[in-house]
Design a protein around this ligand. Sequence first.
Ligand SMILES: [Zn+2]
Length: 402
Amino acid sequence: MKTKIENIALFDQMNQSLTQTSLLFDETGILDVGEHVNHQDTDHVISGEGLTGVPGLIDSHVHLSMDGNPDPFRERVENLEADDAYKAMRNATKQLESGVVTVRNVGSKYNVDIALRNAIAKGLVDGPRIAASGEPIVMTGGHAHSMAIEADGVDEVRKAARKQLKSGADLLKLMATGGVMTPGVDPNSPQLGEDELRAASVEATHAGKITAAHAQGIDGIKNTIRAGITTVEHGIYLDDEAIEMMLEYGTYLVPTLVAPYNIVEHGLDAGIPEYAVEKSKRVMARHQESFYKAYQAGVKIAAGTDAGTPFNFHGKFVKELELMVDNGMSPGDVLRSATLTAAQAMKIDAQTGSLEVGKACDLLIVEGNPLEDMASLRNVVAVYKEGQCLFNQKESSPSRTT
Ligand SMILES: [Zn+2]
């Protein structure tokens, strides 16, 4: 069915401005953009008067089978596979209804994210486009080991990488340092070594896939970059040398500023474990400083939330985008990092990330101008994925929006 939306203010990636125009699309993709688009052979014409259209948002770092509970890794041990599957499905719906049309899921126990991606592709359930890593690969006792494959040495990591690729992973997630949410591990300490990370990176490249490494401390960050990993997740303790290396290797940064922010905001009283609160307080200022330095230097930045960590709920991407603005990124660059740059990092920019002829019509329609106020992205009017309207504020029942 051919749909025309006329007189809508569309976000233009090149000029980082809004242009009043018309958009013609169907399920196969965007057919035309411009004032000249006419009504011929159009099945459906919608007025975009007073509305703004941006490319469907892309959150580059989520955990669909985690909810935002105060102590998620404890739940990892207690949950059944089916518990995680139901959660992932509901969280995927929340993402979609908030305008996030694509997510990169970087760690789900039981490969629940891969199964959900398949179910969406088969049309069994609606949901966003999912790039799924399945279970992360970590050293024995490493960060998030309760939801991961433990592997030590090049041979074991290579085997784990091949196993995940065989299971249908779109990317491999690796842990290059300790993290905030696992007791007893330090965010600064390296975990999988450069040779282990490289083994996974090579396997992913051979399979035409990408890699993401959780890397907070500087040694682990440098191991990650040298190993040819596609994206550094968090990148808390970046130094000038690491920033230079990222530019040289073309490594992307996925900062997830909102993850420690939410932990510090809610704190011990909300039931978050003391070790997580203490570590988050320790890293937050440094994290924001690293983000700003990387941005100033021209490192490619893809926006991501780490949704699923404490009080970091699915469907709340805009808070991360606001923090990026608060920490010195221009609103136009923030929108790009949550759309085109993220698509490029995932190597799906031929398909999505901007509203251009030939790409899928992944579209978020809102009231207001996000270039003036990022909060307007919360005023969701409609969400399209591949030319299909999967959420419309007017038609939704109150229970579906909560
Ligand atoms: Zn994460």
